[in-house]
Ligand binder design. Structure first.
Ligand code: ACO
Length: 343
């Protein structure tokens, strides 16, 4: 059975920087730079322009990952796309990315399977686990795994929505998971979910139990109340569960691998709130040089946080072959996961 390793990483964020002060000046949100930095660590985030799709952010990240893996798009055997901000309700975003990668026409056309994963902040790790299983079982040699989000279009950028709106930003990350006979790669995955908390962090843009599923006016035009249009969140409950679950799943992963936290060279925590990660770092006694962050610059990019961290850490020389890496995430669902890899 081959091993599965990450052969290439890539990332892309849209060019427009939105600082905390711009949330106040441009959108009139009643907040302060100090409030946001103190509670979350976020200083700025990126917002895509109108007309841009989530897959437009995913494309350059995917191309970079494929190039860094020394491959061409037609070398891929599968695409797995994790997002909660899909281009459309259906079909999933994987097929749009496949088309944008040039896989649907010409001499290099390759109609590889394209799978969408809807596990929010844990989506990338769920996808990585799926790709690993595909590669190890011999079902695929190279799998493109993307985590991409375009949150800015669906944020309530008013004072009413400030608790959620100040947290999120746009961005994309991608990796290629490839087969290898070398003794390296993804060693384990631990995933979990607890549906009791499904409504604690949710965006219920439609209700399929209703007739019609989106309320309509007399002209038959759909109308959405803000509480349906935008994400709702009990931030304190998310925070409490995040620290507990991330700590536990990391411990379970260490036990599975017969290692301790001290054996891990780099920790890539999901970037929801710097305070969540600082709490974990403190309680586990992890030195600063073993942790990478980007929430200060990008906010929470949900499925994209960990692949962006990997791509930037590799680019900056902080992630090198031979290192043991722990990737840990928690998010809406609630869902969570930890993947351990020997880079
Ligand atoms: N600026 C100023 N004041 C604000 C802001 C803001 N941006 N947002 C909220 N407030 C106010 C609230 O209205 C409230 O005012 P009130 O007391 O008059 O009602 C007060 O600040 C306190 O609000 P809380 O929500 O209790 O603030 P808390 O200290 O819990 O911090 C936060 C909120 C930052 C959201 C925190 O709970 C948190 O980070 N939770 C985790 C969230 C998270 O990780 N979510 C995403 C994970 S999953 C995924 O990524 C999909």
């Amino acid at each position: 059975m081959p091993n599965a390793y990450i052969s290439g990483t890539g990332s892309f964020v849209p060019p427009r920087v939105v600082t905390n002060d711009e949330l106040i000046k441009q959108y009139g949100i009643d907040t302060t730079d100090e409030w946001i930095i103190q509670r979350t660590g976020i200083r700025e985030r990126r917002f895509a322009e109108p007309g841009v799709f989530c897959t437009d952010l995913a494309l350059p990240a995917a191309q970079q990952a494929i190039e860094r893996a020394g491959l061409q798009p037609h070398d891929l055997d599968m695409i797995i796309y994790a997002t909660l901000s899909s281009d459309h309700c259906f079909p999933g975003s994987g097929v749009y990315l496949q088309r944008k990668l040039g896989l649907c026409e010409g001499p290099n056309a390759k109609f590889v399977p394209a799978l969408d994963v809807r596990n929010q902040c844990s989506g990338f790790l769920y996808s990585l686990a799926t790709a690993t299983s595909m590669v190890k079982s011999g079902g695929a040699k190279h799998v493109l795994v993307v985590g991409a989000e375009l949150h800015s279009a669906a944020l309530d950028l008013t004072t009413r929505g400030r608790t959620v709106a100040s947290l999120f930003g746009d961005g994309a990350g991608a990796v290629v998971v490839s087969a290898t006979d070398e003794d390296r790669g993804i060693r384990s995955w631990n995933l979990g979910a607890d549906g009791r908390y499904a409504d604690v962090l949710a965006q219920k843009i439609w209700d399929i139990s209703k007739r019609p599923f989106i309320p309509q006016n007399e002209q038959g035009i759909g109308q959405l109340a803000p509480e349906m249009m935008y994400a709702l969140m009990d931030g304190k409950l998310v925070f409490k569960n995040a620290v507990e679950r991330m700590m536990t799943v990391l411990m379970e992963a260490c036990v599975k691998n017969g290692i301790t936290g001290a054996d891990i060279d780099l920790f890539c925590f999901h970037q929801a709130n710097l305070r969540i990660n600082q709490w974990l770092q403190q309680h586990l006694g992890i030195p600063d040089e073993k942790v990478v962050h980007n929430i200060q610059r990008y906010g929470n990019t949900t499925a994209a946080t960990i692949p962006i961290l990997l791509a930037e850490a590799e680019r900056d020389g902080k992630l090198k072959k031979g290192m043991k890496v722990a990737m840990i995430a928690f998010g809406s669902g609630f869902t969570w996961g930890c993947v351990i890899a020997d880079w």
